[in-house]
Design a protein around this ligand. Structure first.
Ligand SMILES: Nc1ncnc2c1ncn2[C@@H]1O[C@H](COP(=O)(O)OP(=O)(O)O)[C@@H](O)[C@H]1O
Ligand SMILES: [Mg+2]
Length: 172
């Protein structure tokens, strides 16, 4: 029997700034080799959340929506003060999983010294490793978004529990 899983972390964001801040808090607890998947429709806040992750990882270059380039690379610092490369991948324009292979997608995922952030991860179904943090964003109202943070894999458990405590503390 596997240990019972903690429920996913559910938060509501009321502004782009708040989404950025939640992303920043998660970014601060990520280590090398982390994979973060960002799901949700257009305008849900995936790129905003990714920009928060970048801020938490102390990236100084601007992280824009890499819609036309598929991948942008940034330099940051992880939770253990290690220099880390960050890949921001947006699969929006990918139609077939096979297309993903044509730009070296697997090499990015294999880079265990980096942190990889993927928007529209469902477009790479079947090519993703079994362990990742799934962030699901959904538009509730004009400036209101629901954010679900679900760690898949033991390696992310501690990071997410730290985040859970921080977010609970911020509310109290
Ligand atoms: N609470 C919120 N969190 C994130 N974005 C929000 C929020 N409220 C409004 N927005 C707006 O929604 C849009 C989100 O865009 P973006 O982050 O690029 O989404 P995606 O990458 O999912 O398409 C931005 O224009 C942002 O200003
Ligand atoms: Mg986007």
């Amino acid at each position: 029997m596997t240990a019972p899983r903690r429920p996913a972390l559910d938060v509501i964001s009321h502004s782009p700034e708040q989404t950025l801040r939640i992303g920043t808090q998660l970014g601060r607890v990520l280590g090398q080799g982390s994979l973060v998947l960002l799901g949700g429709m257009i305008g849900a806040g995936k790129t905003t959340f990714a920009q928060g992750l970048a801020r938490g990882l102390r990236v100084t270059t601007e992280m824009l929506s890499p819609t036309f380039t598929l991948v942008t690379e940034h330099d940051g610092t992880d939770a253990h003060e290690r220099a880390v490369r960050i890949y921001h991948i947006d699969l929006y324009r990918i139609e077939e999983a096979e297309e993903v292979l044509s730009f070296g997608f697997e090499e990015y995922l294999d880079d265990q010294s980096a942190i990889t952030i993927i928007e529209w991860p469902e477009r790479a179904r079947g090519l993703l490793p079994p362990e990742y943090i799934m962030i699901e964003l959904a538009t509730v109202a004009d400036t209101k978004r629901s954010i679900t943070i679900d760690p898949h894999g033991e390696r992310y458990r501690l990071a997410i529990e730290t985040l859970r405590r921080e977010l609970a503390g911020a509310r109290g």
